[in-house]
Design a protein around this ligand. Structure first.
Ligand code: HRO
Length: 312
């Protein structure tokens, strides 16, 4: 059975990997994800130029009844140089994603310039959708700003680059972001990031469950699946076929992976459920995915990729 994926010149023997932010802040975590026989890759925690402690805790909370999670981490990371050192020295046959999330356009340009000039030979993910830095907007909700930064990036950047997008909820917004992205030689888009600025309440104390931003945080896990499916499908229908899609959001079972591939995903990322189960989740999900294909006598993901049917 062929459960592989492809982005640019990179072949992935397995399509599952972590979502940026989960199990990827330290070298030990990155090594564990890469070492899993059932992960196809790893993505670093989104990096800023300097080390960041992030927001005050509690800043992550697992919602009840396996609904998902809420987080307002605030971009904690070990700093750009730490992750560059890791990716330059790590011996692995798997492609590696380097995520950057500067707080300013200049920070992003500086990190991307350093990556361009380095020996890094993996893929770069420009995170345009962090919802949790107080006072900072999710860039990709501003279509002009998104066009502006991509114009400046592609003036010098020649390595495989993709963007991490927030979820969109309006058909016109799908049209508008696709019109921007189709003007650039992107290797991929990664959709969705968490659904920004949700709120959860502890029923015993009548108090919010995380400290930053009065309890507002990004939502992940099963409750975001329908939005993730819609964003993968809408962008697959609108983007040039040269722009591949990483489907992220709402994956707790092999059927969820199957559904994202049906909508057009080339790779699939796991966030909240990876927090719950740790790296064994990759083996469980791939086994369940294979079973889903078996049920319908498919031999490869290529037979179902993008093949979601509508009602005539
Ligand atoms: O608070 C975070 O660190 C964070 N949390 C998210 O849910 N998405 C992101 O892109 C980031 Cl950068």
């Amino acid at each position: 059975m062929d459960l592989t994926g492809q982005i640019a010149n990179f072949h992935f023997n397995h399509i599952l990997l972590n979502a940026a932010g989960v199990k990827c802040q330290t070298t030990a975590e990155l090594d564990q994800v890469l070492a899993s026989p059932y992960s196809g890759s790893v993505v670093t925690k989104s990096a800023t130029p300097m080390v960041r402690p992030g927001n005050p805790s509690p800043r992550y909370y697992q919602l009840p009844e396996e609904l998902g999670s809420i987080n307002s981490m605030g971009l904690p990371n070990e700093g750009f140089a730490y992750y560059l050192d890791y990716v330059l020295n790590k011996q692995t046959d798997k492609p590696v994603f380097f995520s950057v999330a500067g707080l300013t356009k200049d920070d992003n340009l500086a990190m991307l310039m350093e990556l361009e000039q380095s020996d890094f030979n993996g893929l770069v993910e420009l995170n345009l959708s962090c919802p949790n830095v107080p006072g900072k907007p999710q860039t990709a909700y501003d279509f002009e700003a998104t066009r502006a930064i991509l114009t400046e990036v592609f003036a010098f950047f020649t390595k495989p680059l993709g963007v991490k997008l927030p979820p969109y909820f309006d058909m016109v917004h799908f049209d508008m972001i696709a019109a921007v992205l189709n003007d650039f030689p992107l290797a991929f888009v990664n959709t969705i990031n968490s659904i920004g600025n949700g709120l959860a309440i502890d029923p015993h104390t009548d108090t919010v469950v995380i400290k930053p931003k009065g309890g507002f945080g990004g939502l992940g896990g099963s409750l975001v699946k329908a939005t993730a499916l819609a964003n993968v499908r809408a962008l697959r229908e609108r983007l040039n076929e040269s722009i591949k899609i990483i489907g992220t959001g709402g994956v707790t079972s092999g059927r969820d992976v199957y559904d994202l591939v049906l909508c057009g995903a080339d790779l699939v990322e796991v966030g909240t459920q990876l927090m719950v189960e740790d790296t064994p989740v990759f083996e469980r999900l791939e086994g369940e995915l294979a079973n889903e294909l078996d049920k319908k006598n498919y031999q490869s993901l290529a037979e179902i990729r993008g093949k979601l049917q509508t009602i005539a």
